[in-house]
Design a binder for this molecule. Structure first.
Ligand code: NAP
Length: 239
């Protein structure tokens, strides 16, 4: 039985993960951790002093995740990170620490099958188009922009093509930010935050006379759970 602690247990994702861990015959919910609410530990440090934890699943926020992850990797607790907003240098530091301490760490900006396929399809399409932009649309409580999924998609596309065209003529923004933010390989990312959306992303490719749109929509947080549980089991196989 894998003893799983969930950090961010009272949040939107955390609640769903707690229930999934309870329902799965191979896992046991060892601890709920959140800075909010009663009946939960307030930190991974406090929880690990009281109960045995094999894996921490973290769905908190960008400001918290880095310290949580370092604590786990320094204390023989494997970690599955769903929280987005880590910088490239923070990710590299966690990779190095994981390797040094031989403690498994998995970071995935998106655990849903459809979103992973959207990213893979976009990487394939990137080879064949010179123009590409990403629009991501999320609920209005999301703390980071652009989304981790959009950044990862751009990174994967940049492995297929070094530079994308950003428009085709000299551009002037009369409203700052109108053309979005520039990411890997000059891919523009546009972030929409609005009630009514959960998480959606459209990757748009264009060339003369044609447009290809690759879109994924999530409407229920259950879509992430198979991927989270796969990661909880796979994190044991890394070392
Ligand atoms: P949320 O509803 O705001 O939940 C986060 C919870 O964590 C809140 O209860 C929050 O408390 C708590 N928290 C914040 N800092 C903490 C800390 N240091 N220790 C313990 N608990 C802490 O957010 P969400 O919608 O569940 O999303 C959480 C993260 O998952 C975001 O980064 C989001 O982008 C990401 N996400 C990833 C995937 C994926 O597939 N990888 C899918 C969906 C979402 P407060 O409310 O007081 O801040």
């Amino acid at each position: 039985m894998i003893k799983v602690a969930v950090c961010g247990a009272n949040g939107r994702m955390g609640k769903e993960v707690c229930q999934t861990v309870i329902d799965n015959p191979d896992t046991e919910l060892a601890a709920k951790i959140d800075i909010n609410g009663s009946g939960v530990y307030s930190s991974i440090k406090q929880a690990s002093e009281n109960v045995k934890i094999d894996v921490l699943v973290d769905f908190t926020q960008p400001d918290s995740i880095f310290e949580n992850a370092k604590f786990c990797l320094n204390n023989d607790i494997k970690i599955v990170i769903g929280t987005t907003g880590l910088s490239d240098s923070q990710i590299q530091e966690l990779k190095d620490l994981s390797l040094k301490n031989k403690t498994g760490c998995m970071i995935a900006p998106n655990f849903s099958t459809g979103a992973v396929l959207m990213m893979m399809f976009s990487q394939i399409a990137a080879k064949y188009f010179d123009n590409a932009e990403i629009i991501e649309l999320h609920h209005n409580q999301k703390k980071d922009a652009p989304s981790g999924t959009a950044i990862k998609t751009a990174l994967m596309m940049s492995e297929a093509k070094k530079t994308f065209k950003c428009g085709n003529c000299p551009e002037k923004e009369t409203i700052q930010g109108a053309r979005g933010g520039t990411s890997y390989s000059d891919i523009q990312i546009h972030s929409v935050r609005m009630p009514g959306f959960m998480a959606s992303q459209e990757v748009i490719f264009g060339s003369s006379g044609q447009v290809l749109k690759i879109r994924h929509d999530s409407s229920d947080r259950k879509c992430y759970m198979d991927g989270v549980m796969l990661a909880v089991k796979h994190v044991f196989d890394i070392y």
